[in-house]
Design a protein around this ligand. Structure first.
Ligand SMILES: CC(C)(COP(=O)(O)OP(=O)(O)OC[C@H]1O[C@@H](n2cnc3c(N)ncnc32)[C@H](O)[C@@H]1OP(=O)(O)O)[C@@H](O)C(=O)NCCC(=O)NCCS
Length: 281
């Protein structure tokens, strides 16, 4: 296993064990045991006298996420939003013709996000079903609605769309999708607290700014983003600059007064302001 994969596996399992014990406190994190279904899905091995929780786990490039519950089919997936998706090569293999048409009908800057929306929803659904690669992902199709994503199953799949609920979040540049079949639920989103006194990392702020710049300003994509340059140097107009900064402030929960932002001459100075106004952990 590559070192980064080993680290993600370890972090994922630690997070999972902690989450399971938060649900059932009298079982210690180290006492959970796992077994696998025939498609490789890890599941909680039953403990006599203890209800068996259901979980799903995903990790991608530095973030591990898990969801735990009871009596439901549950799947979670995560992807970085700054990855450029192989829309025209991989897309037709995993998306239905209808989904491909819907992606192509969007403007070019909007296409990657829709790609990752559908990709992670399909992965979450396939994990909830526990089928792994045996699930024909191109035979289900997703569409956004005001009430969240909805699924449709195409023949030969005969599943019932109404039993599925989906939720999506963007967390610091990662897109997280959750698929759940069961009663409508309340979602509780836990982020481990930052150690006291630990401020938001500059690299984390830069990453979020970069993701939003790439998503909003087509001309900037794939460029090496340096602190001495301004967003204008990467092709952003003034409206796009405001959009990049507003989205980043919202994602990172940082409020920088507009009067101060107006004084920033380059990205480095924007980062200084984010650091200055970042909430203390
Ligand atoms: C098995 C699969 C779900 C793993 O996904 P991945 O993107 O490589 O990795 P993720 O981080 O998202 O998920 C890995 C976790 O999924 C879980 N997992 C593995 N097999 C699983 C299965 N059959 N069902 C549900 N969960 C599974 C494990 O917990 C694993 O983490 P761990 O090894 O640390 O315990 C995926 O490769 C797969 O088979 N997908 C099928 C759907 C498909 O074809 N997708 C293409 C794009 S839509």
């Amino acid at each position: 296993m590559a070192p980064h994969a080993a680290r993600e596996f370890l972090v994922g399992r630690t997070l999972l064990r902690t989450a399971l014990s938060a649900l059932i406190p009298h079982v210690k994190p180290g006492d959970w045991r796992f077994r696998f279904n025939s498609h490789g899905r890890p599941e909680v091995a039953p403990i006599p006298g203890v209800p068996t929780p259901v979980f799903s786990l995903a990790h991608s490039r530095g973030l591990a996420v898990t969801a735990v519950t009871w009596n439901c089919e549950l799947g979670i997936d995560v992807e970085r939003l700054d990855r450029f998706p192989p829309i025209h090569t991989v897309g037709p293999q995993v998306f239905s013709p209808g989904e491909m048409d819907a992606i192509k009908a969007l403007s070019e800057p909007e296409q990657p996000r829709r790609f990752w929306d559908c990709w992670t929803l399909k992965e979450a659904l396939s994990k909830a079903l526990g089928l792994g690669l045996a699930f024909p992902v191109e035979k289900c199709q997703f569409r956004p609605t005001p009430d969240g994503p909805r699924v449709q199953f195409l023949p030969p799949l005969t599943d019932t769309p109404d039993r599925w609920n989906f939720a999506q979040w963007v967390h610091e540049g990662w897109l997280i999708s959750l698929a759940l079949a069961g009663p409508a639920l309340e979602f509780h989103w836990h982020t481990p607290p930052r150690p006291p006194g630990d401020r938001m990392q500059r690299a984390q702020i830069l990453e979020a700014l970069k993701t939003n710049l790439f998503n909003i300003v087509e001309a900037s994509r794939g460029k090496d983003i340096v602190e001495t340059a301004s967003m204008k140097d990467y092709g952003a107009d003034s409206l796009e600059m405001v959009e990049v900064v507003s989205r980043t402030m919202k994602q990172l929960k940082v409020k920088v007064p507009r009067t101060e932002l107006a004084t920033a001459k380059n990205l480095g100075q924007v980062l200084d302001l984010f650091e200055k106004h970042a909430p203390q952990g």
